[in-house]
Design a protein around this ligand. Structure first.
Ligand SMILES: C[S@@+](CC[C@H](N)C(=O)[O-])C[C@H]1O[C@@H](n2cnc3c(N)ncnc32)[C@H](O)[C@@H]1O
Length: 272
């Protein structure tokens, strides 16, 4: 049985080291920093920034300056390389959208839709993406062909994994927990006729893992240390933890099923 590792950070650096800026705050900081520097430059040049942002004289050089500054600040704050074009293009795209004269209600609707879909991704650091059908088949192959094994999908998204498992192994007792409202509602609706399924909108960190024979996770590298700690503390002997794509640095898996398809994400299995 694996031992639960400590989640306390080891103190081997200066005790009064500055607190790092949290990852979700970094793009905001890059944009505000770039906007402040660009506005200062515009003021020094005698341009009126309010006019510049609405495609007047001086707009293009200011937008270019803002793009370069925002991208550079983002990199300096330690953001991944894919943030570079996002930071560079954010304000130019916003100014361009203003010119399209789209009713504000559309932006509000898009914001509400995206919030319902991704909800607290900025906090959980786990976005929504879906397990492939092939991985569901591999997952089912890890379970006994008959019997009532209990399976939990941590962050069940639209419920696709649970539905596929129900079709492949009808005897399974299935549980899904999903924090984002829209996917949780869709998952509940898709599994509404499956009597053995319990799908709810809830935080899976609140779930007791000792009730399950298999716990399935398709999360992100950020969530794995905490998940391993929880699994070691709660999962009972004979059960298994399966992670799609993301290994656990602290523990080699007992089994790794390589995936030869387009997505190349293996399934890692730890037996308790
Ligand atoms: C990568 S998706 C996987 C979806 C589904 N399990 C699949 O494999 O198709 C991860 C999901 O976990 C959800 N999630 C992240 N943190 C969560 C938490 N603490 N409690 C419940 N759901 C969470 C996200 O909203 C997202 O829908």
């Amino acid at each position: 049985m694996p031992q639960a590792p400590s989640l306390e950070p080891a103190i081997d650096g200066p005790v009064f080291a500055p607190k790092p800026v949290s990852p979700p705050a970094r793009p905001l900081l890059a944009q505000f920093g770039a906007a402040t520097l660009t506005a200062a430059y515009a003021a020094a040049m005698g341009w009126v920034t309010g006019e510049a942002w609405s495609m007047g004289q001086g707009t293009v050089p200011l937008l270019l300056l803002h793009a370069v500054l925002a991208a550079s600040l983002g990199q300096a704050l330690g953001l991944a390389a894919w943030w570079l074009p996002v930071n560079a293009l954010f304000v130019p795209a916003a100014v361009w959208m203003r010119e399209l004269d789209i009713a504000p209600a559309w932006f509000f609707a898009a914001f509400v839709g995206l919030a319902a879909l991704f909800w607290s991704t900025h906090r959980t650091r786990v976005p929504l993406y879906l397990t492939s059908r092939r991985s569901c088949e591999r997952l089912a192959s890890l379970l006994p062909a008959t019997g009532e094994a209990r399976v939990l999908d941590l962050g069940c998204g639209f419920g696709g994994v649970l539905l596929a498992l129900h079709r492949l192994r009808p005897g399974l007792r299935l549980t899904g927990r999903e924090v984002a409202p829209l996917p949780a509602w869709i998952a509940r609706w898709r599994l509404r006729n499956v009597a053995v399924a319990d799908v709810r909108r809830a935080d899976f960190w609140e779930e007791d893992l000792s009730q399950y024979d298999m716990v399935y996770a398709f999360l992100s590298p950020e969530a794995m240390p905490r998940l391993w700690h929880k699994a070691c503390t709660e999962m009972r002997s004979g059960s298994m933890l399966v992670s799609n794509a993301f290994p656990i640095r602290e523990a080699d898996p007992d089994l790794a099923l390589p995936w030869a398809g387009a997505h190349r994400s293996p399934l890692y299995v730890w037996r308790f």
